[in-house]
Each structure stands twice: as structure tokens, then as C-alpha cells.
Design a protein around this ligand. Sequence first.
Ligand code: HEC
Length: 129
Amino acid sequence: MCDRALTAFAFALALVARAEKPQAAEFFESRIRPVLAANCYGCHNADKATSGLALDSKRGLDKGGKRGALFVAGDPGASLIVRAVERSGDLKMPPGGALPESAVRDLREWVNQGAVYPAAASATNSVID
Ligand code: HEC
């Protein structure tokens, strides 16, 4: 009985975990990418990676910049990208002025949720000619 309940619970958790992915992708596309595009891509993109940082690709986000990784596993609040937009240390991004509070909250939430970057469903990713 107890085992069956556990199995059902595990199954429900697995379903939740599967359902979360599209939600995370949707959150990124609607709340994160537009903020990065409007406020960050101008200086941090694949062609002009200021301070070694490109924010317009998964690879760029994974790599980080001259200072190293953007994300601190297990401590999202210590992540460089969050600290930069919260302007809590020496690094204050974007340099021209703070993001709206809601955008800062969204970025922090995105990092708290594991900074999911949706896989690009692009035909150019295909290995079939
Ligand atoms: C006008 C250009 C400009 C814009 C726009 C800009 N940045 Fe920057 N960014 C810089 C410069 C210049 C540095 C290097 C600053 C330094 O080393 O003191 C930097 C550095 C950084 C770093 C540290 C990289 C490293 O490892 O050295 C992060 C993180 C960062 N920016 C995040 C952002 C985010 C997030 C945004 C958008 C919200 C943004 N930046 C918008 C110019 C910009």
C-alpha cells in the first residue's frame, strides 16, 4: 500500500517535471530573451562580446565572460548575472541605468529555476543533409 502510494507519487512528480520544461521555455521566451535582447545584446553578442561575454546564445551563457561563470550552482543569488542587474557589487549592468524592477525579479527567478535555455528547434541543427 505504502509502496504503491510512493510509486504514484513518483509518477506524478515525473509528470510535473516533464510538464515544467515547456513552461520554462515559455518563461524564457516571453520574459527573459526580450529583456536581454533590448538591454544586453547590443554589447554582449557573438560578434561583439564585451568583457568576453555573449548573452545571445546558450553557448555564450554557459561560458560566461572574463570573470568566469555567470551562474553559481546552488546559490543563484550569488550568480554574477543576477548581481550585475541587481547592481549589488562593483559591476552594474546595463551600464546606462538599472533595468525595471520586474525585469530584475524575472531574471532572478529564471536563475532560481535553473536558467533553462530552450533548445533551438531549428532546421540548421539537423545532422541530416
Ligand atoms: C553599453 C554596453 C553594455 C550593455 C548594454 C551591457 N553591458 Fe554588460 N558589460 C559591459 C562592459 C563594458 C563590461 C565590462 C565591465 C568591467 O569589466 O568593469 C560588461 C560586463 C558584464 C558582465 C561581466 C562579464 C565578465 O565576466 O567580465 C556581465 C555579467 C554583464 N556585463 C551582464 C550584462 C547584462 C545582463 C546586460 C543587460 C541587462 C548587460 N551586461 C548590458 C557593457 C555592457
